[in-house]
Design a protein around this ligand. Structure first.
Ligand code: GDP
Ligand code: MG
Length: 451
């Protein structure tokens, strides 16, 4: 999907004159790509209408970048499409947060429970798993083995057959031991049948969980909507995790369908491994969908950055050396490319929040002003942070007409760049094609799923 929409936008760039006809053509192509990815047809019409309405050429002052404008409208509409309009539960530190997982058999509940426990454990939370699936033979063993792999404590029983009893005991035990994230895996059924819903209801009544998480197989596309509605009608579903988004063209359909039910999507599953699990971020998902952060083109990006033509820079990076001047050069190049956020996203370890926002370009400009006020000695210092002090910061701020706080922010960004590159030390690829291999495989997986 991503490549198709990106392609449509790209073709528009290639046209010398962007008139209604070109936009019409693009709107058609985007619509086709969305429908092929299983997005609801009515929704697609809505989006197409809004794109056209949002791009009123008559009303445009001259000099407006029309492609950017169209891209922004498409971006906004896709974000709207994925917006549930509701906030999920946010667990609180230092107290028990009980999550009950529900979903059909095979949707990925047990795997996802483990992934989430592991996710929080890695972030320093005390997490435990409770197996309340007494329906499927081997369910307890599966969770027990999963839990052992990620070293998360678990609770379950081979002999007890009452899921309500086990759920209650497990949660009580973990609560008394001051666990913070308590995840209860329940049994699924092949269909949305009454027996499952009754059992779900009983466990829910006893546990009174902080959040019910509905786990949905992303491969089912638009059918996701009916399933989400059916589950929500029985228990108070607070949020949804969509699994198996790796390698499924229907991911867009499932995500938009779920969002339409006003259930927020919190995480997505991107593979069978326990670390193939990511927080769902609407904006960055859409950015990738639109090819704005297209890893497929990473080798090209590296080329257009001139990285491959800067053997000296590559050499220094290989040694983990990265100066302020290097950062300035890279930022200048990225500015020229106009999709800074997506480029930064390709680098493992760079925080989204700090760099990927829409006004990233503006921020970069400010940073470049600031760097222009640095001396050569500062720009070329092997570790500028070692020589940075209050008087230097004040001088740079004054010289660039920016605040000391902004100079500090730049230093923070530099620190992130430096950290990223020092982690790459010795692994920095010599040739741009190899660059792609270095990128976090999870992101690549997600790209594959989106495209
Ligand atoms: P449950 O019946 O709902 O508990 O589902 P399971 O957790 O047992 O998962 C069913 C199958 O889906 C297993 O083979 C999992 O490895 C697989 N699975 C779960 N999540 C994902 C995912 O995000 N991607 C892929 N490719 N497979 C997954
Ligand atoms: Mg299971």
């Amino acid at each position: 999907l991503g490549s198709k929409i990106a392609g449509a936008l790209h073709r528009m760039t290639e046209s010398t004159v962007i008139d209604e006809e070109v936009v019409d053509q693009m709107v058609k192509e985007i619509g086709k790509a969305l429908i092929e990815s299983d997005v609801n047809v009515r929704l697609v019409f809505e989006i197409q209408k809004k794109i056209k309405k949002g791009v009123d050429f008559e009303a445009l002052p001259p000099g407006v970048n029309k492609r950017k404008l169209v891209q922004n409208v498409v971006f906004d509409e896709l974000c709207n499409m994925l917006d549930s309009g509701k906030e999920p539960y946010r667990p609180k530190k230092g107290r028990p947060n009980v999550f009950m997982f529900v979903g059909l058999q095979g949707s990925g509940k047990t795997t996802t429970c483990t992934k989430m426990a592991y996710y929080y454990q890695k972030k320093g939370w005390k997490a435990g798993l409770v197996c309340a699936d007494t329906f499927r033979a081997g369910a307890f063993d599966q969770l027990r083995q999963n839990a052992a792999k990620v070293k998360v404590p678990f609770y379950g029983s081979y002999t007890e057959t009452d899921p309500v009893q086990i759920a209650r005991e497990g949660v009580e035990k973990f609560k008394s031991e001051k666990f913070e994230i308590i995840i209860v895996d329940t049994s699924g059924r092949h269909k949305q049948e009454k027996a499952l819903f009754d059992e779900m209801q009983q466990v829910y009544d006893v546990l009174q969980p902080n959040e019910v998480i509905f786990v949905l197989d992303g491969a089912i596309g638009q059918a996701a909507k009916d399933q989400a509605i059916a589950f929500r009608a029985t228990v108070d579903v607070g949020s949804v995790i969509v699994t198996k988004l790796d390698g499924h063209a229907k991911g867009g359909g499932a995500l938009s369908a779920v969002a339409a039910t006003q259930c927020p999507i919190t995480f997505v599953g991107l593979g069978e491994h326990f670390d193939q699990f990511q927080q769902f971020e609407k904006m960055s998902f859409v950015r990738r969908l639109l090819g704005m952060g297209d890893l497929r083109g990473l080798a090209e990006v590296v080329k257009s950055h001139g990285l491959d033509k800067q053997p000296e820079l590559m050499e220094r990076l290989t040694q983990g050396l990265f100066s302020m001047r290097d950062m300035r050069d890279q930022m200048t190049n990225m500015m020229k490319m106009g999709s800074m956020a997506s480029i930064l996203e390709m680098f493992p370890g760079l925080s989204h929040s700090q760099l990927s926002d829409a006004d990233g370009q503006e921020k970069f400009k400010v940073f470049l002003f600031i760097m222009d006020s640095m001396t050569d000695a500062e720009l070329d210092h092997p570790d500028i942070r070692k020589i940075m002090n209050a008087s230097r910061i004040a001088r740079i701020a004054k010289g660039s007409g920016r605040s000391s706080r902004e100079v500090g922010a730049l230093m923070d960004v530099f620190k992130q760049f430096q950290k990223t590159f020092s982690r790459m030390k010795g692994r920095m690829p010599r040739n741009p094609q190899d660059m792609q291999k270095m990128i976090d495989p999870r992101i690549l997986k997600q790209m594959g799923g989106a495209g």
